[in-house]
Ligand binder design. Sequence first.
Ligand SMILES: C[S@@+](CC[C@H](N)C(=O)[O-])C[C@H]1O[C@@H](n2cnc3c(N)ncnc32)[C@H](O)[C@@H]1O
Length: 287
Amino acid sequence: MGHPTEQEIVGELRAAGCVFAEDEARVLMETPPDARGALLARRVAGEPLEHVVGWVEFAGARLHVAPGVFVPRRRTEALVRVALPHAEGAVVLEMCCGVGAVAHAIADRTRPRDVIAVDIDPAATDCARRNLPHADVVTGDLFEPLPTALQGTVDVLVANAPYVPTGAVGTMPREARDHEPVVALDGGPDGLDIARRIVEQAPSWLSPGGILAIETSAGQAPSLAALMTAQGLAAEIVVDDDVDGLVVVGLLVGAAVHPENKPTAATVEPGTPARPTVGTDTEASTP
Ligand SMILES: C[S@@+](CC[C@H](N)C(=O)[O-])C[C@H]1O[C@@H](n2cnc3c(N)ncnc32)[C@H](O)[C@@H]1O
């Protein structure tokens, strides 16, 4: 199909089983007419729409995402909401950054002193460099590529690390299994392999009063909170029903999250009425 109309695109997408055919057709209509037929064919063959068009919308911004790189999910906006009250003037480190969506949303809304982003996948850091032109984006295994001078200075450490248990990766939607790298999904036997390493090392990188915030699933949250507690962090489970997200937050010092620092829905999307809850509720999203 050379120059398909919007109606023709909707029809093709519906036939291919796309649930949001009308929305996706509108996005494809933004692409150059000459390319549209080929892009539609890729989408119909099962490639994620974000890879096909080269961008993903996250927290109100369009970010570059290349084929083969993890596509940020809306629930990860919960990490942004948790981090924002701590980010003004802060040193912000996004670990396992992917395209750098969380760091971008934080830097878009506050004035952090420094933003650093790390990922092991060079394709991901290529995207992150485009999305975070003012940040230090480095490729490597967790803290390994970071300068030791950064130790003790990180005020906000955020991570959406891989957390799908190895045995559950095969049950993920085809789009993820076929088009996102396993290194972005597989969190080891209990899903906590990468998070465990982050928690173990975090205290030596955090500043006094700094926070560590890690996205996880309802089932893993109590274990992750216990890991943080074992490292001397004051841990809390933050459930964000608004975006179906769940974050475990650890404070380096013994204070609990102050009420004024609890995340508010309005910090990410002005006008959104619901407010995330802070507590031990474990009824939230799964990977
Ligand atoms: C679930 S994806 C999330 C990406 C990004 N945080 C987001 O929410 O869009 C996990 C990311 O962790 C990265 N990753 C996996 N193991 C890593 C490691 N040992 N060190 C650094 N990054 C790692 C993957 O390459 C992938 O980009």
